[in-house]
Design a protein around this ligand. Structure first.
Ligand code: NAG
Ligand code: NAG
Ligand code: ZN
Length: 360
């Protein structure tokens, strides 16, 4: 990867991040492997951004085909209708940056056979063949697939990031999940940003979900920004970052793993993490919020509803009180999730849900 400043060098503007003092070692990006699960509105844009940034290798997983009904989103083009998303994406991405390696799988990761293969590729699919990928990104649109990724990553101890866009297209979120350390999908219900729209009018059987290229582009941007910060070690990596398009509100927070989590690999990873922590001098990783002084910050910016140390301590269980504007997407089913079904929590109050979560 050359830093030479000539018009023909596709990496010169990225390598300039080093001269600007943002990133110490940008070239390291060439050594990293990222798996993107779900190559739809968010996943395709995510894959394109990583490709243009010069990521070493991408693994793409999706069983869907390109449809004309998706043309309100970015990335795919009408002439690709009917092709598998992973095939169409690989073709486009190779043209954009031939330096990137690709591995694509056109299957449903939630079927038993393909799930086993998925786990195998996550644990051995890195550029350095035989090693696990550096990061898994969930860009899927349903609960079942998220739970499959959660299960795989808990078992493998694989760090991953989740992303989501609401069905009314005006809110989204990203979340970093480090097994054993931060809350997994079975530890607590997934969080979403409330969008100030009556949720009861949404999520009905057979009702077409709305989507906007803007919201999906914003969420993909937030996701890849977090990926770059995590991999290249600059700035502050977000544990949870929400986006509410209606109010331009970006709540952020962190959640610790739940010692009573239903997923036994999650509990096992928590034990390992505790041992690792005990062996090291105390380093606070989960909650390292900066002290924000509202009165005299030079821009006069006031922050709304950032979770504080006191809030976290006041929280009874492993789940902190949720900042204003964040709610839960689903309740965690007590048994195995019903196929393809998401639980609508619209008619329960947040207090009821939080009470249930504490009693898990
Ligand atoms: C994916 O596989 C699961 C489990 O077999 C199944 O319930 C689901 O309907 C499948 N999805 C599609 C779109 O085929
Ligand atoms: C994925 O599953 C299908 C059947 O569900 C099977 O035919 C196919 O071989 C599997 N692919 C891999 C790579 O495991
Ligand atoms: Zn868990």
């Amino acid at each position: 990867m050359s830093a030479e400043v000539v018009d023909s060098n596709p990496y010169s503007r990225l390598m300039a991040l080093k001269r600007m003092g943002i990133v110490d070692d940008y070239e390291k990006i060439r050594t990293y492997t990222v798996a993107v699960v779900g190559v739809g509105g968010v996943g395709s844009v995510t894959a394109e951004m990583l490709t243009r940034c010069g990521i070493g290798k991408l693994l793409l997983f999706d069983y869907d085909k390109v449809e004309l009904a998706n043309m309100n989103r970015l990335f795919f083009q009408p002439h690709q209708a009917g092709l598998s998303k992973v095939e169409a994406a690989e073709h486009t991405l190779r043209n954009i940056n031939p330096d990137v390696s690709f591995e694509t799988y056109n299957y449903n990761i939630t079927t038993m056979e393909n799930f086993t293969h998925f786990m195998e590729r996550i644990s051995h699919g890195a550029l350095d063949e035989g090693k696990p990928v550096d990061l898994v990104l969930s860009c899927v649109d349903n609960f079942e697939a998220r739970m499959a990724i959660n299960t795989a990553c808990n078992e493998l101890g694989q760090t991953w990031m989740e992303s989501g866009v609401s069905e009314n297209a005006v809110s989204g979120h990203i979340q970093l999940i480090i097994p054993g350390e931060t809350a997994c999908f079975a530890c607590a219900p997934p969080l979403v940003v409330a969008a100030n729209i009556d949720e009861k009018t949404l999520k009905r059987e057979g009702v077409c979900a709305a989507s906007l290229p803007t919201t999906m582009g914003v969420v993909a941007g937030l996701l890849v920004q977090n990926v770059l910060k995590y991999l290249l070690k600059f700035g502050t990596v977000s544990y949870y970052l929400g986006y509410n398009a209606m109010q331009d509100f970006f709540p952020s927070m962190a959640m610790k793993a739940n010692p009573q989590c239903n997923d036994h690999y999650c509990r096992k990873q928590q034990e390992e993490y505790k041992k690792k922590e005990a062996a090291q001098p105390k380093v606070e990783i989960v909650e390292k919020e900066e002290e924000v002084v509202h009165e005299d910050n030079e821009w006069g910016i006031e922050l709304v509803s950032e979770i504080t140390e006191a809030d976290l301590q006041a929280a009874a269980g492993p789940v902190p009180d949720l900042p204003e504007g964040i709610t839960v997407a689903y309740t965690v089913p007590s048994e195995a999730p019903v196929e393809g079904e998401t639980v609508d929590v619209a008619d329960q109050s947040l207090e009821e849900l939080m009470a249930k979560m504490r009693n898990l």
